[in-house]
Every structure is written in C-alpha cells, then in structure tokens.
Design a protein around this ligand. Structure first.
Ligand SMILES: O=C(O)CCC(=O)C(=O)O
Ligand SMILES: [Fe+2]
Length: 281
C-alpha cells in the first residue's frame, strides 16, 4: 500500500503540512498506549495514596480519573507526563516502520534519525495555558535537519473546543524566522522565552488552519512551518503524540551537527546566531 498519495505529497510540499487520516492502525498502534496510560494513572494514584473511582479501561475512557487526580495535586500530572513517555507501545509508535518509511520517502533519503528528546506525549489540560507552545518553527528548537518533519497524532479525538494545533500554511517557504528572547515571552521559563520576532506581524501574513483529528490520523508539519497550540476550553485534556524525524544527509543538519532538542540544553542562540535579534530586544 502506498504510504501517501501523490496529491497529499504535492499538498505537503506546497503547504508545509498535510493531514493523513487513518495512517496508523488504531487497534495495533494506538490502543496499547491508551491501555498503559489508564494503568499508569491508577498506579500513580495508588502511589500517592489517592483513591480514584474510575471507569474501567476502554479507548474512550483511557484517562479516566486523570482530571480528578490533577485537581487534587497538579504535580502528579507532571509525574504522569514523564511516565507515559516510557510506555513501550509509545516508543514503538515514534519509530513506527511506516512512519520512518514515509519520512525517508518524502525526503528522498535512506538515512533518517530521531533526535534526542525530540518526542513526547502532550497533555494539554483544559484552561491551562502555561504549557501551550506559542508560535514557532520546529527547526529552531530541534536543530537536527532543515528538512525534518513533525509527526503529530492524537490519542483522543480533538474537537474544536480542545484547541487543536494551529498551522500556518506555506510559512515554510519563507525560511527560518528571526527570533528574540525575553521580549514577548519574557515572563516564561528558559527556552519558552524565545519567540518569533515581531510575532503578530509575522503570523498575520498567513492563513491559520486548525485541523480536527482523531486517533489513527497523522498530521505532518515541515520543520520550517510556523505552528502553535490552540486553547483548550473543553472539559477534557487533549492528549497527543509528537515525534520527529530528521535526515542525516541534509547539509544544514550536518553543518550544525544534528543537535538534540533545546530541552536537553542545546544553545540555539549560538547554533543560529544570524536568526536572533541582538541584545534580546
Ligand atoms: O500540540 C501542540 O499544541 C503543539 C505541537 C507542536 O508544537 C509540535 O508537535 O511540534
Ligand atoms: Fe512544534
């Protein structure tokens, strides 16, 4: 079976993103992750001595009790956030043979990579905007290869009010933006202080698209496509998987040395000195 139609391939090249409905096999690839998340929530509650009345596992109720657990103690949510990234079925998904083959095929390479700390499971809680990703291009924060691709896939159906990820079509064509630190996002922590310089003006140049997705669907985003989190105003956490492939054979990746995610301490201002406004202003 072809991994992607010619039409989707052309759409991705032109728009810098594409949605591939039903790319993964939900039963084989997604549900085992959900089952383990359900169990881990239960075990974490037990570890903290919290009694949770829970709906038994089903793909629709995999996070049953999670909302009450974080209402009791938000720090337990942080613990779960770290634990679910260690689920074997999740680690299988991020290096799924079909996903790897798709990346190699799109980029015409026979040597792909998965950057250190370049993958995870987002849990975007309702009304909690602190951990939203503001507008960015992946390559600045994951300096692995210029032609890298974000693979974004939901663990639960994403509805409009859950604040789907927002994509700016064709923004990849304008290259790596100029960024600044400590301006718009001066009140944020560490790497989150970095934002696109003159962000409002830049993002106003493009259309904004927020695709609705369901488990099994795969959203691809070019490493240069500007995107950001929506606002979750629903009553349920938005659970989603992010992983990324890069191309070792890309000359820009080779030049910068295929660096790990900024979250591991990569100093992106020294990797991209020409893409930062001097003096932070
Ligand atoms: O899911 C989101 O809100 C943001 C996702 C994102 O930035 C990414 O997958 O690279
Ligand atoms: Fe991103």
């Amino acid at each position: 079976m072809a991994l992607m139609s010619d039409q989707d391939r052309a759409f991705f090249a032109e728009n810098g993103y594409v949605l591939l409905p039903g790319f993964y096999d939900v039963e084989a690839d997604i549900n085992p992750i959900l089952r383990d998340i359900h169990t881990i929530i239960g075990l974490t509650a037990t570890r903290h001595g919290v009694t949770l009345e829970r709906v038994p596992y089903s793909p629709e109720t995999f996070d049953s009790g999670y909302d009450r657990l974080i209402a009791h103690d938000r720090a337990i949510g942080g613990e779960i956030y770290d634990l679910v990234k260690q689920i074997p079925a999740f680690l299988r998904l991020i290096s799924h043979p079909r996903a790897d083959a798709l990346f190699r095929d799109i980029r015409g390479t026979d040597i792909s990579g998965i950057g250190a700390a370049s993958y995870g499971i987002r849990i975007d809680n309702p009304m909690e905007d602190k951990f939203r990703s503001h507008w960015h291009q992946e390559f600045l924060f994951q300096p692995q290869s210029l032609d890298g691709i974000v693979f974004w896939t939901p663990l639960a159906e994403v509805t409009e009010d859950m604040g789907p990820v927002i994509v700016l079509p064709k923004s990849h064509k304008d290259g790596l933006c100029i960024y600044s630190r400590g301006t718009t996002y001066a009140d944020k922590q560490g790497a989150y202080q970095i934002g696109i310089h003159d962000e409002d003006k830049v993002v106003a140049r493009y259309e904004h698209i927020a695709p609705l997705t369901r488990p099994g669907d795969l959203l691809l985003m070019d490493f240069l496509t500007i995107h950001g989190s929506g606002w979750n105003r629903s009553g349920r956490a938005r659970w989603s998987v992010q992983n990324r492939f890069f191309n070792y054979a890309d000359p820009v990746g080779m030049k910068v040395g295929w660096k790990a995610s900024i979250t591991t301490g990569t100093d992106v201002e020294s990797v991209f000195p020409d893409n930062f406004v001097k003096g932070g202003a």
